[in-house]
Design a protein around this ligand. Structure first.
Ligand code: IMP
Ligand code: MG
Length: 173
C-alpha cells in the first residue's frame, strides 16, 4: 500500500471546512453547553481543531469503540473507553473521523441514547455514504468521499499515518 502523491484533502481545505462546521454547530446550539464526545483515536485532531472554534461552552470527553481490522470493518463493536462526564440531560455532539459502514456510530449512538442525553448529534469529518449498512447519518459532514481508504489527520491504516496533517488516499502498489 502507498499514499497518493497529492493529498485528497489538503491542510487548507480541512481548516476551511472545520471552520464552517464549527460555525454551523455553534449556530445550532446558541445557548450551549455541549458535551463533545470525541471518538478515539481517529478524531483527535478534528475534535481538537473543532472545539477550539466553537463559540459555545463545551465539555470535552472521549469515547472509544473497536470495530476495525486493516481495511475491513468487522461486524461487532466493543466499547473500550467510556466517557467519565455525565451524559444524562446533556446536549451531546459525537465527533467522528469517518463514517464508513456506520456500525461503529450506530453502536455508540445506542449506548449514548441509553444514558439519557437531552439531545444527540453526530459530526463527522469524512463520510463514505456508499458504504453504509446501517441507517445512521451524520448531522454535520465535512466531506463526502467515494469508496476509497483514506489516512492522515488522525485516520490510520493499522495505526500508521495518523500524524499526517492532510488526508491521503491509500492505494495498492
Ligand atoms: P464503520 O463502523 O464501518 O463506520 O467504521 C468506522 C471506523 O472505521 C472509523 O472510525 C475508522 O476508524 C475506520 N475507517 C473506516 N474507513 C476508514 C478509512 O477510509 N480510513 C481509515 N479508517 C477508516
Ligand atoms: Mg481506525
Amino acid at each position: 500500500m502507498k499514499l497518493s502523491g497529492q493529498p485528497l484533502l489538503s491542510e487548507e481545505a480541512i481548516a476551511r471546512r472545520v471552520h464552517e462546521l464549527a460555525e454551523a454547530v455553534s449556530g445550532d446550539h446558541p445557548e450551549g453547553p455541549l458535551l463533545v464526545l470525541a471518538v478515539l483515536k481517529g478524531s483527535v485532531h478534528f475534535a481538537s481543531d473543532l472545539v477550539r472554534q466553537l463559540s459555545v461552552p463545551v465539555t470535552l470527553d472521549f469515547i472509544r469503540a473497536k470495530s476495525y481490522q486493516g481495511t475491513h470493518s468487522g461486524g461487532s463493536v466493543e466499547l473500550l473507553v467510556k466517557p467519565t462526564a455525565p451524559i444524562r440531560d446533556q446536549q451531546v455532539l459525537v465527533v467522528e473521523d469517518i463514517l464508513d459502514t456506520g456500525r461503529t456510530a450506530a453502536a455508540l449512538v445506542d449506548w449514548i441514547e441509553a444514558q439519557g442525553p437531552a439531545g444527540l448529534k453526530i459530526c463527522t469529518l469524512v463520510d463514505k455514504p456508499s458504504r453504509r449498512v446501517t441507517d445512521i447519518r451524520a448531522d454535520y459532514v465535512g466531506f463526502d468521499i467515494k469508496d476509497q481508504f483514506v489516512v492522515g489527520y488522525g485516520m490510520d491504516y493499522d495505526e500508521q499515518y495518523r500524524e499526517l496533517p492532510a488526508i491521503y488516499v491509500l492505494e495498492r502498489e
